[in-house]
Design a protein. Structure first.
Lengths: 132, 178
């Protein structure tokens, strides 16, 4: 199970990382603000990947305790933690040479939600039996 | 006619002296200036916009004058929420008092540097203020540098205790001759 969970973590992490990079490109293009020195593609991919891998380990640990109720608790926990992590982005202090720090949270806010969305989207593919 | 001829050299001297003074002592604020503020905590940042008129000759500081303004709405703390908070009515009230201004009335030599004595206006409060600074000439330009502290409570900015009362300011202003 752990192997499958880790694979789900890797795939959803990469997928959400790619989505975040695409979103960042669109955001930069339409709003004319550039935070690419802070939110670099490598940082985006790595943080998405790490987030989803931690989720995979978290799921595995929860399953050891909660068994059949794992999915409900995990999904709720993952979603809540993703929302809470947005606070960190709002509190981030950017280098002073960067213009319009007001627009930074709106860039990273969806990025903090993409991993959980990726996970929830791909989970039925990796664990179809649980959905039956 | 003789009277006119007698007065003419004096007039010429006055015109030349006046034009020399204008050319040598009026400065444009150059690009790359910085207006930084800091506290002992994590509150700090910059003001992006500085404008004003500078008249200064290091050989004749008594003739110097400064009339400079910082745009409150150009504040950048590096954090959007803090920027909005700083511009709000609780702090600088940028909508009502969009500028911080310093107008000198006298400039004197003080040790290796100078002191501009005048008035500082912030948040609608005007108080006498002495601004210490140095000036380094380099070719056709120069660099003004000033570091000083301002007690924000004197100007009714923010609530006492939220942030340090004394805010450190550091200005580095490259100038070019007009």
């Amino acid at each position: 199970m752990l192997k499958k969970l880790l694979l789900l973590g890797v795939v959803s992490g990469i997928l959400s990382g790619i989505l975040s990079i695409i979103y960042a490109k669109i955001y930069t293009h339409y709003l004319g603000v550039d935070f690419s020195t802070i939110a670099t593609p490598v940082k985006i991919i790595v943080s998405s990947l790490v987030g989803c891998l931690l989720a995979a380990i978290g799921y595995w640990l929860l399953h050891k305790v909660l068994k059949s109720k794992t999915e409900i608790v995990f999904n709720l926990l993952f979603t809540v933690l993703s929302f809470v992590s947005i606070l960190g982005a709002i509190a981030t202090k950017l280098p002073l040479e960067l213009q319009s720090p007001e627009l930074f949270p709106w860039l990273v806010l969806p990025m903090h939600l993409f991993p959980v969305l990726g996970w929830l989207t791909l989970e039925p593919i990796f664990f179809p039996s649980q959905k039956a | 006619m003789r009277k006119i001829l007698n007065v003419l050299p004096a007039l010429l001297l006055l015109v030349v002296a006046s034009s020399f003074r204008q050319a040598g002592a009026d400065w444009n604020i150059g690009t790359g200036y910085s207006v930084k503020f800091s506290t002992s905590g994590d509150v700090g940042g910059i003001f992006r916009t500085l404008t004003g008129a500078i008249h200064f000759d290091e050989n004749s500081p008594a003739t110097a004058s400064f009339n400079v303004a910082v745009d409150i709405n150009s504040i950048n703390t590096g954090n959007g929420v803090m920027n909005t908070h700083a511009k709000s009515a609780e702090w600088f009230d940028g909508a009502k008092y969009p500028k911080i201004t310093f107008v000198s009335s006298k400039v004197v030599k003080a040790g290796a540097g100078y002191q501009a004595i005048g008035t500082l206006t912030m948040h609608g409060v005007t108080k006498p203020f002495t601004l210490p600074f140095t000036f380094q000439r380099s070719g056709a330009g120069g660099l003004f540098h000033a570091a000083f502290t301002v007690n924000r409570n004197d100007y009714g900015i923010g609530k006492p205790g939220d942030v340090d009362d004394n805010i450190s300011l550091e200005l580095s202003v490259p100038v070019t001759k007009k």
